[in-house]
Write a protein that binds this ligand. Structure first.
Ligand SMILES: Nc1ncnc2c1ncn2[C@@H]1O[C@H](COP(=O)(O)OP(=O)(O)OP(=O)(O)O)[C@@H](O)[C@H]1O
Ligand SMILES: [Mg+2]
Length: 223
């Protein structure tokens, strides 16, 4: 079983957007997925309640008072959405169970500054969890994307991909949907951008020296 935690102490950076879409991707692949929501706002839980029953199922992973319960047998993946401001004992508890941590980050100076200490902390840990950053609301091949890449290189953390600013995420979320629940032609560009993120999240083997994005391009070319 793989536990993928989505975290960034800064609010509104796209944690719930990544958590719900990643859970949707895994469910579409036929995995037995649970989506946990450690956030008092319960965005992911509210989203699950909107999700049509006809779509690939995502179970809710109940968390009470920050205490995580045992997932049912057969669960293959847990995606855990976390609140802004996560720190201290609750952060430790969350990282302890994580196999992978995805940090969504908008490549602006204020967002990077607000997340700096958190990223440095994650980068310095020698725990089992692998950590990767996703550039949010950013277009690839822009200066800010380059700057984010440069900064992450210094920290030794991989940039898993960039997700553009699009109303697709807002519209889909309003109906309990993900990119993998609608006609691919509607969200083609976004599916392409996610390829490298899901490859990393599911542990697709990445050869040394080969960027995750390159591997994903290869995967896309193969289908
Ligand atoms: N790539 C994107 N393009 C356009 N809108 C986006 C994108 N990512 C997130 N959003 C929107 O931005 C808002 C904040 O995103 P989201 O709720 O995922 O952030 P969060 O980090 O979970 O916030 P919080 O810290 O409050 O839990 C939402 O309305 C979401 O639909
Ligand atoms: Mg959220």
């Amino acid at each position: 079983m793989t536990v993928i935690v989505i975290a960034n102490p800064k609010g509104g950076v796209g944690k719930s957007t990544i958590a719900t879409n990643l859970a949707g991707y895994l469910a579409r692949q036929g995995h037995k997925v649970m989506l946990g929501d450690a956030d008092v706002q319960q965005s992911s839980r509210a989203w699950l309640a909107l999700r049509p029953g006809s779509l690939p199922a995502i179970a809710s992973w109940e968390i009470s008072d920050g205490q995580v319960g045992k997932p049912p047998k057969g669960t293959t993946h847990i995606v855990l959405d976390t609140p802004a401001g996560l720190s201290g004992a609750r952060l430790e508890e969350t990282l302890r169970i994580a196999d992978r941590v995805i940090v969504p980050l908008q490549p602006s100076m204020f967002d990077i500054l607000a997340t700096q200490a958190f990223l440095q902390d994650l980068a310095s840990r020698r725990g089992k969890a692998k950590v990767g950053v996703v550039g949010m609301r950013v277009n690839q091949r822009t200066r800010s994307a380059d700057q984010l890449g440069h900064y992450m290189e210094q920290l030794g953390l991989p940039v898993l991909g960039h997700l553009r600013d699009t109303q697709n995420y807002v519209q889909l979320a309003a109906h309990g949907l993900t990119l993998w629940d609608v006609a691919p032609s509607r969200v083609e560009r976004d599916l392409e951008q996610w390829a490298s993120v899901v490859a990393w999240a599911t542990g697709a083997v990445v050869a040394p020296g080969v960027g995750v994005a390159k591997v994903a391009q290869g995967m896309l070319a193969a289908v």
